[in-house]
Ligand binder design. Sequence first.
Ligand code: FMN
Ligand code: SF4
Length: 464
Amino acid sequence: MTQYDPLFSQVRIGALTLKNRFAMAPMGPLGLGDAQGGFNQRGIDYYTARARGGVGLIFTGVTFVDNEIEEHGMPNCPNSTYNPVQFVRTSREMTERIHAYNTKIFLQMSGGFGRVTIPTNLGEFPPVAPSPIPHRWLDKTCRELTTEEIHTLVQRFGEGAWNAKRAGFDGVQIHAVHEGYLIDQFAISLFNHRTDEYGGSLENRLRFAREIVEEIKARCGQDFPVVLRYSPKSFIKALREGALPGEEFEEKGRDLEEGVAAAKLLASYGYDALDVDVGSYDAWWWSHPPMYQAKGLYMPYAKLVREVVEVPVLCAGRMDDPERALSALSDGVCDIISLGRPLLADPEYVNKLRTGRTACIRPCISCQEGCMGRIQEYSMINCAVNPQTGRERVTAYNPVLRPKRVPAGGAGPPVWRLPGCWPSGATGRSSLNEPAAWEVTCWPPGRPLSRRTSWRWSAGMRMS
Ligand SMILES: Cc1cc2nc3c(=O)[nH]c(=O)nc-3n(C[C@H](O)[C@H](O)[C@H](O)COP(=O)(O)O)c2cc1C
Ligand code: SF4
């Protein structure tokens, strides 16, 4: 028994049981998809490493269901309808490897970016949106989606979710009534000026989100879990202008009153869980909190949502302090702790916590350099403190079958003379559980072993 046991209790999303209270938050799988919309080997290895690290549920980063209404140059993020055979084949290998660790995996599926499409992704393609509103980054006015196009997107969600189910995904997450993406643009009156059944009242603005969950349940069965990424507050002061923490301002996006009302409606439409954050592309420092944002910054908002819905609530946002995670469960903030960047920095976070090795956890420093920064620069997810992220296969530590002989001579404890002077570097192994790779010969012979050397000796290094 440890004080963290509640974090390792089971929890359900719909009919599905998760082995613990940790989920990997969705993070854009840039560089992890192939030109046919499947997952590439890097992607399969990247997600498998997080499953091996003990997390109960993985959400893939955003993937698409369409590449015609909103076109993205390929390769981009995976796409579940672009080439279904390729998508199912590559995903199948990934879901099988993840299930081997008793971890579940949900595909995050996007309706598109709309007004907030990243210019490098957009190329020359025209941005689309619920209404002719200004694009977030470009001096362009978005093209209003037709009713027929909305129906097509809803249908594509059904096809994509069916392909995901065939590929072994345990559920899907809809991306999103959050952060100001396309479906969120429908939900927020600042962006939605439509006069048809998709505009006007809150129910009409949420109709797109409602039709998506209904279509998926109709195609995949009522038992197939559908989670929604959801932001109850946008922090928008004006178009392209966000509010700072603690600032007094008039909310022009979605405010909490409507956010709570919308959460109740969305749960009643059939969503099996709400994955809560706050912010928008106009206030990005909320959706992607840098180091000057507080730890656990979404907790008050998740609690407000959890108080009004019956379904489980997930909460991300700098939740890597185990004490905070524990109190989030006991204080009724959420049911599942979502870790995004902490699992880029250390995929073994959950196993280390479970086995009492908290001091060995490599922390995320919220620098944004290796993850967001490299996505922006190279369209490739990575991490500043963990160079193995996104390159798991090529940087893997492999046990050496035939140990090399390494002389260590001169004054001072022998191991200090070895390259790297670091336990795994000095012994040629990735962990103290693996067989030693190098035989170390001390010179001059017969020199007494230092305390540090003896410890390594007892851990299995051969010395002569
Ligand atoms: C590199 C990166 C990519 C992200 N991509 C997505 C995404 O595809 N879908 C999504 O819903 N959230 C995305 N997020 C937001 C995360 O899911 C999460 O809410 C946020 O990083 C805060 O949690 P954390 O402090 O645990 O990282 C992304 C975050 C990062 C750092
Ligand atoms: S690059 Fe920085 S912010 Fe991103 S996961 Fe790594 S340490 Fe965290």
